[in-house]
Ligand binder design. Sequence first.
Ligand SMILES: O=C(O)C(=O)C[C@]1(C(=O)O)C=C[C@@H](O)C=C1
Length: 274
Amino acid sequence: MSNFTIDDNPFSLERIRSTLIRLEDTIIFALIERAQFASNRCIYIPGALEFNGATGDKSFLEFFLWETEKVHARVRRYTSPDEYPFTSPLPDPILPPCKFKKFVQDDDININDQIMEIYTKSIVTGICEEFDDDNYGSSATKDIECLQALSRRIHYGKFVAESKFREQPEEYTRLAVNNDREAINELLTNHKVEKVLLERLRRKALVYGQTLDQAEEGANMHLRIPVNVVVELYERWVIPLTKVVEVEYLILRGQRAAAEKAVADKLAQKPNVK
Ligand SMILES: O=C(O)C(=O)C[C@]1(C(=O)O)C=C[C@@H](O)C=C1
């Protein structure tokens, strides 16, 4: 008899959710780090004058991100099923392939373009003061950390979706065959989990954002990042985008399952040829 419990299973919904909870800390701390610098808008403008033409038709951030991702690709970062690059083309890894425990199906779902757009247009504005402090390299370094953490969290929706598919394969397959994104979205939504998440996030943003100077103890006067901005970030972008990834994954997963079943049914019907 197997003594495999839910907790031992690295891909139980519970374990996957605990990774999402841990990533909340990563995201909040990355945002706090970015918030110490001004918005420095020019780093998001393609071909901005400040960079002497060195970034070509890219923005300073895109240029820096591409250079960073090239190095990361060479140490096989993007062969991991929970890491997605923002830029391309990227070089092959110099390390031999890593063996990952297979859980999610292969797919080409990557919504980093959307994440980049929302991050540069809405998130930076919410957390940074709107001026130029000349800290372009530092700001972009912190941007990359924020973007990577957000991307990892949002694409982790594939793991959540696979886990949910395994719990209700028939329902998801039926909806996927009908291309019913709305019904899939409804089926995967768990309002209670979202409510608990937003409440936890509010408390975390409040605690992590304090300077903890003795003189200011309990005053919460100098939060390094506005609590509402963090909660709103999740409410408006992180959860909805995670759901986009989940829906797209479940469409693909269900349609594949239906196709595999059709082949299996056909083979089962075939008379044995001797
Ligand atoms: O935990 C889940 O069940 C998820 O699908 C993840 C998540 C999230 O993004 O945090 C998304 C949709 C659900 O409504 C609840 C939470």
